[in-house]
Ligand binder design. Structure first.
Ligand SMILES: *Cc1c(COP(=O)(O)O)cnc(C)c1O
Length: 424
């Protein structure tokens, strides 16, 4: 049984002010986790985590993570603007996008972001996108800026269980293309380089992450030699998993830190390379376990199965419907009642996959019970949508002192109609 950072009484107090459903994030736990992550990589001078904004694009949480000097990993205009608004500009932004529109390259360039290219053809496209009156940036303009390419190892690296085989993924350069990409950038006057990859999603095996770092560091050695450039950083991407299921174990960050340190020493020091900064752009493992979707049982229905219908639906958390993902469900106040009854826990959307859990054994549920769906702190609220006229819920922050602050209000019908111009 999961330990929650609030009691049933406290939740009822919160729900009296902010009606369910809502997301609530545990600031204290997020801070402790951020500290742990930084400590695991403190051996690396210049280590930085760029929080993947898409996981939980809330400026209040981004601000909180700034306390730990986290940057922002952005992949769209809105995410770039969010980073700008919280004061993450310049090289505190990692712009890792794909199928990138010209205006986003322009915005990233204006903000001074580290620009990570997804394809060989994007270099020329970028130069045209940021050209002023038809004039592309000159060598002098490019020399001070940090550029990066995204590597897709294809069949050279085994697949991650969730993201699948790299060669079937749409992202990144092939190995050969990387050499060409850096050559072109060098010719244009770029002097500062990084190398990026992202081959995992929700990976729980530390060795996979360590291997990824090793692969990048070795590749930096090869490219440096053949192209005649030096690298400032490697970015191992995001993808560190979290234990959604009770039988899973959290990633041992210290083990990852130590494993990468050993690989680093062997390759960087071993090959006489210049010191490399280690970057990562995790989202899920930063906020995922520390966010909860809180809902109330609205109806109990007994037909061919027992159904517990909540006042939340997949517009608040669509991972179960989208991926069949497992999310632990806790019924505060009924922890000691014993799990005796099997339910499908549903939302009210007219889609039969609008279920938070299928055939889950839970304590006997009654109308009005509060239900807490765990691990909703990343790729939760963020994936919300308005299909079927459902509205996105509020986001709350449980502060370290126990107080609660609204960090995003719930949507209203006015929000739903805001984009329509229709008389009547
Ligand atoms: C989604 C994504 C991330 C974050 O992934 P998590 O699984 O949340 O750690 C980081 N980088 C890129 C390029 C992504 O697409």
């Amino acid at each position: 049984m999961r330990n929650l950072p609030f009691t049933k009484e406290k939740l009822e107090e919160i729900a009296a002010r902010w009606p369910t459903p809502f997301h609530i994030y545990d600031a204290k736990a997020i801070r402790e986790n951020a500290k742990r992550l930084k400590k695991s990589f403190s051996w690396n001078k210049g280590f930085r985590e760029f929080f993947a904004v898409k996981a939980t694009p809330n400026p209040h949480l981004m601000k909180l993570l700034q306390e730990f000097d986290f940057g922002s990993d952005c992949s769209s205009m809105a995410e770039l603007v969010l980073a700008e608004r919280v004061g993450n500009v310049g090289e505190k932004i990692m712009f890792t996008s794909n199928d990138t529109p010209a205006e986003e390259f322009r915005k990233a360039w204006e903000l001074g972001a580290i620009i990570n290219f997804d394809d060989l053809t994007h270099w020329e496209y970028f130069l045209d996108a940021v050209a002023v009156d038809g004039n592309r940036p000159q060598a002098a303009d490019l020399a001070s800026r940090l550029f990066c390419c995204r590597y897709n190892p294809g069949p050279l690296k085994g697949g991650n269980a969730i993201i699948g085989k790299p060669e079937e993924a749409k992202y990144g350069f092939t190995r050969e293309q990387l050499f060409e990409g850096y050559r072109r950038m060098k010719e244009a006057g770029v002097t500062r380089f990084g190398l990026h990859t992202m081959v995992a999603s929700n990976e729980l095996d530390p060795e996979y992450i360590i291997d990824t770092a090793k692969m990048l560091v070795d590749l930096v050695g090869d490219i440096s030699q053949q192209v005649g450039i030096t690298f400032e950083f490697v970015n191992i991407g995001g993808g560190i998993g979290i234990p959604y299921r009770p039988d899973q174990k959290a990633m041992d960050l210290e083990r990852v830190g130590k494993g990468i340190e050993a690989a680093y020493k062997a390759s960087v020091t071993g090959r006489g390379l210049k010191p490399l900064k280690l970057f990562m752009e995790c989202g899920r493992c930063i906020t995922g376990p520390y966010g909860y979707l809180v809902a109330r049982v609205r109806h109990i229905k007994n037909t061919y199965r027992m159904y517990a219908g909540l006042d939340a639906c997949m517009s608040n958390l669509m991972r179960p419907a989208l991926y069949g993902a497992y999310h632990e469900i806790v019924v505060p106040g009924k922890e000691s009642c014993g799990d005796t009854t099997t339910y499908d826990v549903t939302g009210s959307l007219c889609e039969n996959n609008d279920k938070f859990a299928i055939q889950r054994v839970l304590p006997v549920l009654e109308r009005g019970d509060l239900v807490v769906i765990c691990d909703a702190g990343a790729h939760g609220h963020a994936m919300g949508f308005q299909y079927n006229g459902k509205l996105r819920s509020a986001e709350l922050l449980l502060e370290s002192d126990g107080s609660v602050r609204e960090i995003r209000r719930a949507e209203t019908l006015d929000d739903y109609f805001a984009t329509l111009d229709f008389p009547g």
